[in-house]
Design a protein around this ligand. Structure first.
Ligand code: IMO
Ligand code: MG
Length: 454
């Protein structure tokens, strides 16, 4: 897959160009392309290149017109259930794509991102799906999500105070697990324990909450309907944390305060709670169009990512079925979103750009974490990792984002292969962290690849 094979799609009447890098098994990729789908002015950069190279006589506006028509056709032809997943370590721009696509869908599920409304107002969402900005969309928070109710209500309040109505438009799965404030405290304590080998989590309690779920003493949204047993369930969790962490101070007073708080949350959440497995499957039967939005990204997947520097869920294609309760045969198009690469937190990053160029990309692309504000590590597009993500997810399209940011750089590189210290080529993404950490990426300049693809 080369950048050009994506970029030239809109200018070429025949959709789909064969990958030239030899890594994709000769598979044909259908570019999403075109302005209404693009995250930024990035594709314009490409369209200009396409206009120059493919159709020198065509005016830019003619090319743009073709782009517009192509984009509308491509969006309209997306399958009944379509999904948007990140192909790197998150922050690829999924939220913007979902916001654009949501206009053509009846409902959307999961995750949250930084998005801007028509007036340019910024919304940093973590739990409420990005489709909320589109008035017609029903948003579903699936069973695979861990829900921090104070955070959810804060997001809802923020949206409502900006005139975005959430009433009747958000459903929260009764099977989703509740993430309590204490999970966040435990997240911090675990990271502190790891000292220099810390994961660099968001300290939002994600790992500890999924731990509770897997150990099987977690508290679910449906448990809010039984406040008589809620205190006892929460007490088990808090005692567990107190016995494990010396720094965790637990008292009965703390439990009582939390129970009182959750009584109020339970009342407020009541109208949002639904059996979303039933809702999703009924919607599929009724031929409603559903857009699924993955959280984080494939390289942060608990099974397939750069373990242990990963999140605690499966933000790859398998997670669509387990996180929503829909069958694999219902999944249609899966769109992979990629840009140059960024990563927050620790862990291997073979195409990382250190020094001035990395700083330039960070500042130009405003690459600072949505959740924690941490500076994101920046690097070149990693084709080896991308091929791995394509294998795992079976993408029907790739959407290339943030190209405008790259226009600040004099040279754009792609990481095209991995090499071990001894010079031996590594043909697939290694599971072994030690190997992954010492891997060297080999780079090629995109313009070389662009011309080689003709
Ligand atoms: P936002 O909401 C990018 C990364 C963390 C860490 C790993 C595990 O900012 O768009 P976790 O808190 O999940 O236990 O952290 O995953 N990570 C993210 N990276 N964007 C995110 O979401 C992320 N949420 C978690 O940096 O490396
Ligand atoms: Mg992010």
């Amino acid at each position: 897959m080369t950048i050009s094979s994506l970029a030239l799609g809109p200018a070429s009447p025949a959709l789909g160009r064969r990958c030239q890098c030899g890594s994709g098994g000769g598979r044909t990729w259908r570019p999403l392309g075109a302005s209404s789908l693009c995250m930024s002015h990035g594709l314009e950069w490409h369209r200009r290149a396409a206009a120059r190279v493919v159709a020198p006589a065509a005016s830019l506006s003619a090319v743009e017109e073709i782009d517009q028509r192509d984009a509308v056709d491509r969006i309209a032809s997306l399958s009944q259930v379509a999904s948007v997943l990140g192909t790197q370590w998150g922050d690829e721009g999924k939220g913007k794509l979902v916001d654009v696509l949501a206009r053509n869908f009846d409902g959307g599920a999961n995750a949250g991102h930084t998005i801007y409304n028509a007036e340019g107002k910024k919304f940093a969402l973590h739990l409420v799906p990005s489709g909320i900005l589109n008035e017609e969309t029903l948003c579903v928070i699936g069973n695979g999500v861990v829900v921090h109710l104070p955070g959810l209500f804060q997001e809802i309040d923020g949206l409502e105070s900006n005139g975005i109505s959430c009433k009747g438009r958000i459903l929260v799965s009764d099977r989703a697990h509740l993430l309590f404030d204490f999970h966040q405290v435990v997240d911090g304590l675990r990271e502190a324990e790891l000292a220099n080998s810390f994961i660099g989590t968001t300290k939002r309690g994600i790992g500890p909450c999924y731990s509770s779920k897997v150990i099987r003493n977690g508290v679910r949204v449906c448990d809010l309907k039984h406040m008589d047993t809620f205190a006892q369930k929460l007490d088990t969790l808090l005692r567990d944390a107190a016995s494990r962490f010396e720094g965790f101070k637990y008292s009965v007073d703390m439990l009582n305060k939390e129970v009182e708080r959750y009584k109020r949350f339970a009342e407020r959440l009541e109208p949002f709670i639904a059996d979303t497995v039933h809702v999703m499957n009924e919607s599929i039967l009724q031929k409603k169009k559903i857009l699924v939005e993955g959280g984080q990204a494939t390289m942060l997947d608990i099974d397939f990512g750069t373990y242990p520097f990963v999140t605690s869920s499966n933000p790859s294609a398998g997670g669509i079925c387990t996180g929503l309760g829909i069958a694999p045969r219902c999944l249609g198009d899966i769109i992979g979103v990629k840009a140059y690469t960024t990563r927050v937190g620790s862990g291997p990053f073979p195409t990382e750009i250190l020094g001035k160029d990395g700083d330039l990309l960070r500042v130009t692309g405003m690459e600072f974490g949505t959740t924690t504000g941490r500076p994101r590590r920046c690097g070149w597009l990693d084709i080896v990792a991308l091929k791995y993500c394509c294998q795992l997810n079976g993408f029907s399209s790739l959407n290339l984002t943030k190209l405008d940011v790259l226009s600040e750089l004099s040279e754009i590189k792609l990481g095209v292969s991995y090499m071990q210290n001894d010079g031996e080529k590594v043909s697939s993404l290694p599971a072994d962290l030690r190997l992954l950490e010492q891997i060297q990426a080999s780079f090629e300049c995109t313009f070389c690849l662009l011309f080689r693809s003709f």
